[in-house]
Unconditional design. Structure first.
Length: 181
């Protein structure tokens, strides 16, 4: 069982990458209100936060390793520039990891970390795309048409992720890292 856990985490990450693309390309375009809005589901990022909070120990870096690997995967599949989401996901997950060394992993803290992480991820990606001049969207338009809808969409899913993955990741962490005699 111990050897299967990292592959299970990676498989769930693959499912999250596919879900992000499926939902953003198919489901969100069907909602009339969202015609002028742009929503980016960050399901993979939310799952990486949960891996970092509930699965990783002080001596392991699964969340960060998956952030690099699957950030690059998102860049490869969904964006034109390689390295943006690799850098953004890895940087924000590293900060989450450092913050979680100071805080206890309860529901309120995890929701707050998820909120801050989603905001940091999307804003950092916006600024990186702006720096390399991939888009010329001004901050006011971005804030109104992308950041707020993306933030609301992902925060609605964060408690669901907590319900689905909290106990499972804690259990897998105990199986993986708690060695008994």
């Amino acid at each position: 069982m111990m050897r299967i856990i990292p592959f299970s985490l990676a498989f769930i990450c693959v499912i999250m990458v596919v879900l992000e693309g499926t939902i953003s390309l198919n489901v969100l375009h069907m909602i009339d209100y969202l015609e002028s809005k742009s929503i980016t589901p960050h399901f993979l990022f939310l799952f990486l936060v949960y891996i970092t909070v509930f699965f990783d120990r002080s001596h392991t870096y699964y969340g960060l390793a998956f952030a690099v690997l699957f950030g690059f995967t998102i860049d490869l599949i969904y964006t034109d520039i390689l390295g943006i989401y690799l850098f953004v996901y890895a940087s924000v997950i590293y900060v989450v990891r450092e913050i979680m060394k100071l805080l206890h992993a309860n529901f309120l803290v995890v929701m707050l970390i998820s909120i801050m992480g989603i905001l940091a991820t999307d804003i950092l990606a916006y600024f990186l795309y702006n720096i390399i001049q991939v888009h010329d969207q001004i901050w006011q338009v971005y804030w109104k048409n992308r950041l707020i809808p993306t933030f609301i969409w992902n925060i609605l899913f964060s408690p669901l992720f907590y319900l689905f993955f909290n106990k499972r990741l804690k259990k897998w962490s105990a199986i993986m890292f708690d060695r008994k005699g």
